[in-house]
Design a protein around this ligand. Sequence first.
Ligand code: ATR
Length: 287
Amino acid sequence: MLSILYKPIQDVLEWLKYNAKGFKKRKDEHMKRYGLIGERLGHSYSKVIHEQLASYTYDLIPLNKEEFHDFMSRKEFSGINVTIPYKCDVLPYLDHLDKSAAHVGAVNTIVNKDGTLTGYNTDYSGFLYTLEAHNIKIKEEKVLVLGYGGASKAILAVLKDLGASEIIIANRTLKDGVVSYEEAINSHNDVTVIINTTPVGMYPNTDASPIDLSHFGNLSAVVDIIYNPLKTKLLLQAEAQGIIAVNGLEMLIAQAKDACQYFLDTSLPESKITEILAQLEAELKTK
Ligand code: ATR
């Protein structure tokens, strides 16, 4: 008699156990969300890049300020990248800050492990990779950085760490720590490396250039973090002067690879960067 009663109870318990597992699985699947948050993401290549780096789906998630707070509070993601204007705004939502992010003072990668959020900065390693890939020497060199916005932060940290002898920052708006473009041309035309961190020259304003390189007689390399177009007016001028000219596409791919490694807690070969770079460059050239 007892066993007759016991059987249905056992069945119910089994059913509950099975469905609880299913629920947990569905919840976990929901949690496996990867993507990029920022204000305007229409132009982003991050989806294409990430989906070649790993077998996850990578969403572009444009958020206004209100949506941003809600998104960060809900934490319904496994790993996200962060772009303009939220790279500093995410700081209060994080439980841990990796030393890369603490060093730069901005976060572009967040990993959610069981509800605990850790922030990283892979713009730093992405820029470092670009310099190394093109043998651009920074140690004891005098470097001119154009622009002093969000994008310059990781770049300035790398230049300092690599031991630049002097870093001059030129900015349109004058503030502490910067010089005007005019002063850069008149008093710092001995720089050997120029890095453009402004959007000047980016599509559709491709006829604009942040500075005229003909004033700089000692230049050996110019890096422009813009990648659309692949060759900005600034880079075309550098090439015409026989100077190493590098766009921002490699940095974008390298930072994505490092972010992907944090997301999946894995290591990817550096050859992935060159593979994706070649493919994207070919695609962009035909556009
Ligand atoms: P952020 O990256 O911080 O969101 P941004 O608007 O993309 O900001 O600007 C980044 C940098 O590019 C800033 O140094 C900005 O100069 P200001 O501080 O004077 O705004 C610079 N910048 C943007 N547009 C520019 C332009 N048309 N001419 C010169 N510099 C420009």
